[in-house]
Design a protein around this ligand. Structure first.
Ligand code: AMP
Length: 322
């Protein structure tokens, strides 16, 4: 695997650096890019560093993003974070950069940067950025510590995902000890939500279909989104809240997005591997946290069928009959 030292050397070499991450931003992707930008500037104040991509209003508190021009792209090192596949990088002029590095924790999908650091065992991209910082001459202060803590907490779903490790806690321990961040305040920033979303969560709980194989799913159309006064991203925001339910081993929310003429499916599992199924339907992700995009309800139904079969096989293999 590429060494952190090589990443540091490349960062040191370029005066202009653009940091990007995947489309449909989430806290790990956004926190890692904003933190890395500040960490590079702490260490090399004379460099120009840009963090780019489309943000979301609910993450505004984390920081602002930058706009770049074609000239900047041509002159810069591109660092792509948290994105295994080229088609999901949220950046302009992808082909024009002078050099590129990918830093990611998703299962390997394809090679599209000159240097690639992929640690599938890392809990989050923020964990890798923290590890990189502690193992090179990069300098971190309190604000970046807060961002990285937030990203790790979010991507591990509060330290419950399988990739949460001794190393995760070791790094977090050092982070809190060194910077004395008020981490309880960060939980509130991350998890505070409007009552309308909680009401939608109640609707989902009441209306989930649960199969005999332990798959739960629901289809949410635009009328429901309107009725609850939420936005189309809201169902996805609460997918993790449906973990640890006796009768359910995998669960999927199917949301209609008429404006973009697509149907989004967010999938989680506490057992069966699901990312290969997501990949069959224009999606991907982690073994037990994936997403997909399809055009028709027929495709969505096929995906549900595949997931249900996977749950059946999983229970058979594990002799489980919960
Ligand atoms: P989400 O359900 O949006 O929280 O995403 C869960 C995981 O699946 C993340 O690692 C995403 O990057 C990945 N993912 C979500 N949607 C897609 C997609 N359409 N294609 C590839 N990966 C996806």
């Amino acid at each position: 695997m590429i060494k952190f030292k090589s990443i540091y050397k490349k960062i040191k070499k370029y005066d202009s650096i653009v940091i990007a991450r995947h489309m449909r931003v989430d806290p790990d992707a956004l926190a890692s890019e904003l933190a890395l930008k500040e960490i590079i500037l702490n260490t090399f104040p004379n460099k120009k560093v840009y963090a780019v991509g489309i943000s979301a209003s609910k993450f505004k508190y984390m920081g602002e993003l930058d706009k770049i021009t074609e000239d900047i792209a041509r002159d810069s090192l591109l660092i792509v974070l948290d994105t295994p596949d080229k088609k999901r990088v949220d950046v302009d002029y992808l082909e024009l950069y002078r050099d590129s590095i990918k830093i990611d924790h998703h299962p390997y999908t394809e090679n599209f940067c000159n240097m690639e650091y992929i640690d599938e065992n890392a809990s989050s991209t923020c964990e890798i950025i923290l590890d990189l910082t502690y193992n090179t001459k990069l300098k971190l202060d309190r604000h970046q510590a807060e961002l990285l803590f937030l990203g790790i907490v979010s991507d591990t779903n509060r330290f419950t995902t399988v990739n949460t490790s001794f190393k995760t806690f070791d790094l977090i321990h050092k982070l809190i000890k060194d910077t004395n961040i008020k981490f309880i305040d960060i939980f509130e920033k991350l998890y505070l939500r409007p009552l309308s979303e909680v009401k939608l969560q109640g609707y989902i709980a009441q209306n989930l279909t649960v199969t005999e194989n332990g798959l739960a799913y629901i289809k949410i159309n635009e009328e429901i989104i309107k009725e609850f006064g939420v936005d189309s991203a809201s169902p996805g925001n609460m997918i993790n809240n449906f973990n640890y339910i006796n009768e359910i081993i995998a669960w999927a929310f199917v949301s209609e997005d008429k404006k973009n003429d697509i149907i989004r499916i967010t999938i989680r599992s506490r057992g069966p591997v699901i990312n290969d199924i997501a990949a069959m339907f224009n999606g991907g992700g982690h073994e037990r946290a994936s997403g997909a995009r399809v055009k028709t309800m027929e495709e969505a139904n096929n995906l549900i069928k595949e997931l249900d079969n996977r749950c059946r096989d999983y229970r058979g293999d594990n002799n489980e009959n919960k």
